[in-house]
Design a protein around this ligand. Structure first.
Ligand code: BG6
Ligand code: MG
Length: 213
């Protein structure tokens, strides 16, 4: 039986994937190649440095580590320009209501994300006190599809993996949940998120029945 929920951030609670894309696209342009929205799909759920590697592969570039760190920092500065303008109206529809349903039933909710900007994003959207725990890119050494982020979230809620369900919009995140022994509900397109145990288009009209497997 499901007794706790773990939420990914980007693409589940907020649509920051758009801002990631705009910043990566700007970096690619500066480096002299085009990076499309389709290319950007491969970066979902993937850590910042791995995302940069994928972007550079797309442009046929191979750069030394110190230069890659400079590029990743530059991309993040552009990304932060969008994040600093975020407000609570960017919380995706139905998310707040679903979290209220969980709270009313005493079901804890954690956040498990690869992002190192999660603390700032949660503050911008007024959700810094909503989750029972936050495991972000600073607390994990192995990025998704490794299950570390979700296992840490489960353990900090005092739950066994099989008592948790993960809400994810990325294939790498679904694999991470499964490798951790957890159920996973995909948030997005069922044609893409084929490996999830269930898929919802978003949280509008979602109630606690979604936790029944
Ligand atoms: C994930 C996103 O949540 O966080 C990825 O889906 C992103 O696209 C990753 O690369 C790292 O985010 P950040 O904010 O630390 O650059
Ligand atoms: Mg995501």
């Amino acid at each position: 039986m499901i007794r706790a929920c773990i939420f990914d951030l980007d693409g589940v609670v907020v649509n920051t994937a758009r801002y990631h894309f705009l910043a990566w696209n700007r970096l690619a342009k500066e480096l002299g190649f085009f990076f499309s929205e389709t290319d950007n799909e491969l970066l979902k759920g993937v850590s910042r440095m791995r995302s940069l590697d994928i972007l550079l592969e797309t442009g046929g570039l191979d750069l030394p580590v110190d230069q890659k760190e400079i590029l990743a920092a530059r991309k993040n500065e552009w990304y932060l320009e969008f994040i600093r303008k975020m407000s609570p109206d960017e919380i995706l529809p139905g998310v707040t209501h679903f979290l209220e349903l969980l709270r009313a039933e005493g079901i804890p909710a954690a956040m498990g994300t690869a992002s190192k900007n999660a603390g700032l994003i949660l503050k911008q959207i007024g959700m810094e006190h909503v989750f029972d725990c936050l495991i972000d890119g600073y607390q994990v050494t192995h990025a998704k599809p490794d299950p570390e982020v979700f296992l840490k979230a489960a353990s900090s809620m005092g739950m066994a993996p099989e008592q948790c369900v993960v809400f994810e919009d990325a294939l790498a995140g679904i694999e991470a949940a499964h490798r951790g022994g957890m159920k996973c509900i995909g948030v997005g397109d069922p044609g893409v998120l084929k490996t999830a145990d269930k898929v919802i288009p978003g949280f509008i009209e979602i109630n606690l029945n979604i936790l029944l497997f």
